[in-house]
Design a protein around this ligand. Structure first.
Ligand SMILES: Nc1ncnc2c1ncn2[C@@H]1O[C@H](COP(=O)(O)OP(=O)(O)OP(=O)(O)O)[C@@H](O)[C@H]1O
Length: 213
């Protein structure tokens, strides 16, 4: 049975404030969900709850259709936040190598090699450079290579295409499309189109209920 990410009656707080409440949706294998809404409406908060980085106030996040034991759905998730989670003074290869061995592969797939991953992002040949030497767009591309070096069926992406140029946008859309084609799941907060067919969850903010459109 293909996997599904099932969210039921989810509410979350930041500090003392309830940011959203009663959000429910299902994203199944091969599907993408785009989370939209104005600044401060709770997109990042929702993604952090899905990725297990922030506790929900109420409600639940679970995975259906997996045939092995997991503690929390985060074990099957890649999370790409606003920051790239790379050490500036280490080379690109050292950063990616760290993530590859630290994360390992979850059941059901395997990550690709470092060089292959950087080639896939159109940046072959510069993995010997310190990450901090790269331009903002190159850094974002390299952070995306992390999605490829360790296998996770679920990609949780916060503003993935910020700083990307048009050609990187297309590369990224192709990666997402391939991931979905292989039965993966993508949930992305973005102000720009993802470049693939996706359902939309529009966050309204001020403790509003997210609305599927
Ligand atoms: N650590 C925190 N403590 C208190 N409030 C916070 C914290 N982090 C975020 N918030 C508040 O939670 C609300 C939702 O923030 P969030 O980052 O989820 O919004 P967003 O929709 O992702 O915004 P953007 O489009 O600007 O990235 C905002 O009002 C923000 O000020």
């Amino acid at each position: 049975m293909p996997i599904s990410l099932v969210v039921e009656d989810l509410s979350a707080k930041r500090g003392e404030d309830l940011i959203f409440h009663d959000i429910s949706f299902v994203v199944s294998a091969g599907e993408a969900l785009v989370v939209t809404g104005p600044n401060g409406s709770g997109k990042s908060t929702l993604l952090r709850v899905l990725a297990g980085l922030l506790a929900a106030e109420y409600g639940s996040v679970r995975l259906d259709g997996i045939s092995f034991e997991i503690g929390h759905p985060r074990e099957l998730c890649h999370y790409l936040g606003h920051r790239n989670a790379m050490k500036r003074e280490l080379t690109v290869a050292e950063n990616l190598s760290f993530w590859k061995s630290f994360m390992g592969d979850s059941d059901g797939g395997s990550g690709i090699g470092l060089e292959e991953a950087t080639e896939a992002l159109g940046l072959g040949g510069i993995s010997h450079l310190p990450f901090g030497y790269l331009s903002a767009g190159q850094q974002r591309r390299m952070a995306m290579a992390k999605l490829l070096v360790a296998y996770r069926p679920i990609w949780i992406l916060d503003e993935p295409t910020a700083a990307l140029d048009a050609s990187a946008d297309r590369l990224f859309a192709a990666l997402v499309s391939r991931h979905l084609g292989a039965g993966g799941i993508v949930v992305a907060a973005t102000h720009q189109p993802l470049g693939v067919e996706a359902r939309e969850l529009r966050m309204t903010g001020f403790a509003g209920v997210g609305e599927m459109v």
